[in-house]
Design a binder for this molecule. Structure first.
Ligand code: NCD
Length: 311
């Protein structure tokens, strides 16, 4: 096993071999889900803390279930009820958790780089569960796994990410992982919601969704992040729906076996119509199931209390 990392901060820091190691490790955990006893003893005696500074249901629950299925003790730190509201710094919060012998801290923060600050300060394994607009590596990995599982390969596939690319950490992690794995990645959305330098990451840009979906093998629809819009970048919801909502009618213009994904939470009727979300092309529930197996694999592979350069 070549995977020697203490932390998972982003998919931009991993190479193709690392991504393949993770994908290969997921399958046995997924097989476990078909048994009546869905637990493995892998992390008995280890403590996993979830430290979420932003709201989340899906990701936090998924990590909690993943850690519990590996037999870890799990503590969910509710930030509002903690010393954070008393002004404790991020590093002090982390050091306190480390002093309580936490082995893994799973952090979500609105600030890009917050997980890295903890990773540098602590021996504990840090897993980024979403930092600002930067990365959401386990979501990128579960998307990658779902594509591989459903399509049998990733290399050479045309993968289209639709919507608010600028504010989406999911889009960034998808782009890093998919381009490294040899997929042809394209993005589609309003010009104001697509970073101007995105082509540098090896991504094709479309402003016309109907044009973009024709050649796609996979369409990953992103949530419109109305809470993150700081300037007037977003057209009216009505205009967005007209031009960029993935509807069943639009889906009919794509390949008949196109795979439709969404990281959740979905705004039905905004970025995706209900008939598209519930269509047979959609793998949205499979993404959720795969998310648990992928997070189990990540917890299994990371090495707490070791530097990146040790074995
Ligand atoms: C994503 C996130 O928080 O970045 N959601 C998630 O992980 N379930 C995507 C989103 O919020 O739109």
């Amino acid at each position: 096993m070549s995977f020697i990392y203490k932390d998972l901060l982003g998919l931009q820091y991993l190479d193709k071999k690392d991504l393949e190691t993770i994908l290969d490790s997921v399958k046995p955990f997924k097989t476990l889900f078909t048994r009546s006893v869905k637990k493995a003893p892998t992390l008995v005696g280890k403590t996993v803390v979830t430290l979420f500074y932003e709201p989340s249901t899906r990701t936090r629950t998924s990590f909690e279930i993943a850690a519990k299925r590996l037999s870890a003790d799990v503590v969910n730190l509710s930030v509002n009820a903690s010393s954070v509201v008393k002004g404790e710094s991020l590093i002090d919060t982390g050091k306190t958790l480390a002093a309580m012998n936490a082995d893994y801290i799973i952090i979500r923060h609105s600030m890009t780089g917050a997980p890295e600050i903890l990773a540098r300060a602590l021996d504990v394994s840090i897993i980024n569960a979403g930092d600002g607009f930067h990365e959401h590596p386990t979501q990128g990995l579960l998307d990658l796994y779902t594509i591989h599982e459903k399509k049998g390969r990733v290399e050479g596939l045309n993968v289209l990410l639709v919507g608010d690319i600028l504010h989406s950490r999911v889009a960034k992690s998808n782009i890093w992982a998919l381009t490294k794995m040899g997929a042809n990645v394209a993005v589609a959305g309003p010009p104001t919601l697509i970073p101007s330098n995105i082509q540098k990451l090896g991504v094709k840009v479309f402003y016309n969704l109907d044009e973009a979906i024709k050649t796609a093998d996979v369409i990953n629809i992103l949530r419109i992040q109305l809470e993150r819009q700081q300037e007037n970048l977003f057209p009216s919801v009505h205009e967005y729906v007209e031009l960029y909502q993935l509807t069943k009618t639009r889906l009919a213009k794509a390949k008949s076996d196109v795979l439709l994904m969404h990281p959740g939470p979905m705004n039905r009727g905004i970025e995706i119509s209900s008939d598209a979300a519930d269509s047979s092309n959609a793998a949205i529930n499979e993404q959720v199931t795969n998310g648990i197996a992928v997070r189990m694999a990540v917890l299994f592979l990371l090495k707490p209390n070791r530097s990146k350069n040790e074995n």
